[in-house]
Design a protein around this ligand. Structure first.
Ligand SMILES: NC(=O)c1ccc[n+]([C@@H]2O[C@H](COP(=O)([O-])OP(=O)(O)OC[C@H]3O[C@@H](n4cnc5c(N)ncnc54)[C@H](OP(=O)(O)O)[C@@H]3O)[C@@H](O)[C@H]2O)c1
Length: 255
């Protein structure tokens, strides 16, 4: 399905949403593996801190809701390095929300960053990948995209959209020589999940998540999900009919 990536030395990588958390850890790991890594997010200061003074790094500050700036960033990378081999969209916003406290401004922002930004990223990157006839793109969604979950009223649907979007992209792009991956992490300890007020099962460090992603790229699979002890359970739950799924999740997650 996808061409395996076993060596990162010299590989031209663009990580969007890499000023902190999983993206920052992945940037550091890939730089250590010898990749050329361009990183984007809003905070220039935090982006610079991630790559320090690594000579093979590029810092391209950009807001996920600015499609024109994203297209310009893609052009800058291609201009500097001659192409893009791996592009990963990690930018994400999460505000816990229940069904009785829908905040439309938060919903709009979540969808704009998590979904709109992913479309803008694909629109910026895919023409270059198609022109090259190789390379790959990945979207970081979440196991929260499999089925409805409590407190994920805005976040969950945004990640479900990414799951569907990535599948559609794979159908179109893989036959044209472009790899497409969907990355679905379980819980990772970052500023994003620091907002959770519940015990997160099988919680990983961002570094462990980065290692899982790199391990996933060694294979050909469309979906990279981790940690398996948690994501396999979530996949099993997702197969259940709603009449069983809903009471079960209510029991696990509490009211
Ligand atoms: N942590 C988990 O348990 C978990 C589980 C499943 C999936 N995920 C997904 O993994 C991805 C990374 O999350 P994380 O946990 O590493 O959280 P994080 O540390 O908060 O990272 C989120 C990244 O997105 C960037 N970002 C947010 N809004 C942006 C915007 N408008 N424009 C550009 N960049 C923006 C942030 O940088 P700036 O603020 O500098 O812009 C940051 O670099 C997200 O898509 C998240 O949904 C996380």
């Amino acid at each position: 399905m996808n061409a395996p990536v076993t060596h990162w030395r010299g590989r031209r990588v663009w990580l969007f949403g890499a000023s902190s958390g999983i993206g920052a850890a992945l940037a550091r790991r890939l730089l250590a593996e010898g990749a050329r890594v361009a990183i984007s997010a809003r905070s220039t200061t935090r982006l610079r801190a991630v790559v320090d003074v690594a000579p093979q790094a590029m810092v391209l500050p950009c807001d996920a809701t600015d499609a024109a700036a994203m297209a310009a960033a893609a052009t800058t990378i291609v201009g500097a390095w001659g192409g893009i081999d791996t592009a990963i969209y990690l930018a994400g916003d999460y505000v816990p929300m229940r069904g009785w406290e829908i905040d439309l401004a938060v919903v709009e922002r979540t969808l704009a960053v998590n979904v709109g930004g992913a479309y803008a990223f694909a629109a910026a990157v895919v023409p270059h990948l198609i022109a090259q006839g190789c390379g790959d793109i990945a979207l970081v969604a979440s196991v929260a995209g499999y089925r409805g979950l409590p407190k994920a009223l805005a976040y969950g649907p945004s990640k479900a959209a990414l799951v569907n979007f990535a599948e559609s992209l794979a159908l179109d792009l893989q036959p044209r020589g472009v790899g497409v991956r969907l990355i679905n992490p379980g819980f990772v300890a970052t500023q994003l999940t620091a907002k959770n007020d519940f015990a997160m099962p099988a919680l990983l460090t961002p570094e462990a998540a980065a290692d899982e992603i790199i391990a996933g790229y060694r294979g050909k699979a469309f979906e990279i999900h981790f940690p398996k002890r948690f994501t396999r359970f979530m996949k099993l739950l997702a197969l259940l009919p709603a009449r069983i799924y809903l009471p079960l999740v209510r029991r696990f997650a509490g009211g």
